[in-house]
Design a protein around this ligand. Structure first.
Ligand SMILES: [Zn+2]
Ligand SMILES: [Zn+2]
Length: 280
C-alpha cells in the first residue's frame, strides 16, 4: 500500500433524466425524489482516481491518456443523452445519480488497463457529490462494496466572537487576537455534510437527500444564517465559537436527526482559505 500513487482525471457530460418509479403516482415520486422527479438535466462532472505502484521504466502508474480514453468511452453513452430513453442500462430502473455512479464505476473498472480504479466521484452540481470506492481502497469509508458517500454543500452567513470564559481578558486577546474583537466579526460559512449509505434497491437512493437537506436546513442553516452565533444560539452558550467546536456541535445536532452511522464527515470552511473537518 505504501508505494501506491493516486492518479485522478476528470471529464464532464451533459445528461438529462427523470427519477420517478413507474409504479408510484406523482405525489409519491415527489415525496421520495423531490425536484428529481421532474424531467431535468445536469452537467455531471466525473472524477476517476486510479492507483497502483509506479512502473520504474516509465515513472507512471498508468498513462493518464488511457484513463482519459476510458472515461471518454464509458461516458460516450451518457453525453448529450437522456438516461430514461437513450441508455439501455437504465431501462426499467429509476436513473438516480447513485445508479449512474454504480454503472460508471463498473464500466470504468472494466476499461482501466493498468492500476486499480480506487474512487469515482460524480458531481451532480457544485453542491452535490456522490462517491464510490474500490472495497480494498484506503480511500473507502468501509470495506463494503456498495457503500457510497454523498456530500451536500450549504452556506450560511453569521457573526461570531472568539472568547473563552475560562481565560482572562489578556489571555483571550493573546489566544484569539483580532478574532477576540468585543464587537465580533463574521463569515460566509460553507458547510459540507457527508453521509454514507448503501443503495436501496427500491428507490435507487443511498441517502434521502430531501431528508438530509431538511435536517441540515432546519437544524443548522435556518438557525445560523444571519445570526450572531455567540448571542443567538443556545448551543454556544458554553462553547467558544471556534470552527473546531462548530463542526462537533453540528455533528451532534445532525446525528440526533439522522441516526447513528449515517454521518461520515462534517466540513466547515470559514473562508475560502481554510476548512475544519470532523469524522465523529
Ligand atoms: Zn437529476
Ligand atoms: Zn471568525
Amino acid at each position: 500500500m505504501r508505494d501506491r500513487i493516486y492518479v485522478t482525471k476528470r471529464a464532464e457530460v451533459a445528461t438529462s433524466h427523470r427519477c420517478a418509479h413507474p409504479d408510484w403516482d406523482d405525489a409519491q415520486n415527489g415525496a421520495v425524489y423531490g425536484l428529481e422527479a421532474r424531467p431535468h438535466g445536469h452537467n455531471y462532472l466525473v472524477e476517476a482516481t486510479v492507483s497502483g505502484p509506479v512502473d520504474p521504466r516509465t515513472g507512471m502508474v498508468t498513462n493518464i491518456k488511457d484513463v482519459k480514453a476510458a472515461l471518454r468511452k464509458v461516458l460516450g453513452d451518457y453525453d448529450h443523452r437522456d438516461l430514461n430513453h437513450d441508455h439501455p442500462a437504465f431501462a426499467g430502473t429509476v436513473p438516480t445519480t447513485e445508479r449512474v455512479l454504480e454503472k460508471v464505476f463498473a464500466a470504468l473498472a472494466g476499461e482501466i488497463g493498468h492500476g486499480r480504479l480506487d474512487r469515482v466521484r460524480l458531481f451532480e452540481s457544485e453542491d452535490a457529490c456522490y462517491e464510490a470506492h474500490h472495497p480494498d481502497s484506503p480511500l473507502s469509508p468501509s470495506r463494503r462494496k456498495d457503500t457510497m458517500l454523498i456530500t451536500r454543500r450549504y452556506t450560511f452567513s453569521a457573526a461570531h466572537r472568539l472568547h473563552s470564559p475560562h481565560l482572562s481578558e489578556a489571555e483571550n486577546r493573546e489566544a484569539f487576537r483580532e478574532c477576540n474583537n468585543p464587537n465580533g466579526h463574521g463569515h460566509n460559512y460553507t458547510l459540507e455534510v457527508t453521509v454514507q449509505g448503501e443503495v436501496d434497491p427500491a428507490t435507487g437512493l443511498a441517502a434521502n437527500h430531501l431528508h438530509l437537506d431538511g435536517a441540515v436546513r432546519s437544524e443548522v442553516v435556518d438557525r445560523y444564517h444571519y445570526r450572531h452565533l455567540n448571542d443567538d444560539l443556545p448551543e454556544f452558550a458554553d462553547a467558544v465559537t471556534t470552527s473546531e467546536n462548530i463542526v462537533r456541535i453540528i455533528w451532534n445536532i445532525l446525528e440526533k436527526r439522522l441516526g447513528e452511522g449515517v454521518l461520515y464527515r462534517i466540513r466547515l470552511a470559514e473562508t475560502r482559505d481554510n476548512y475544519f473537518e470532523y469524522y465523529g
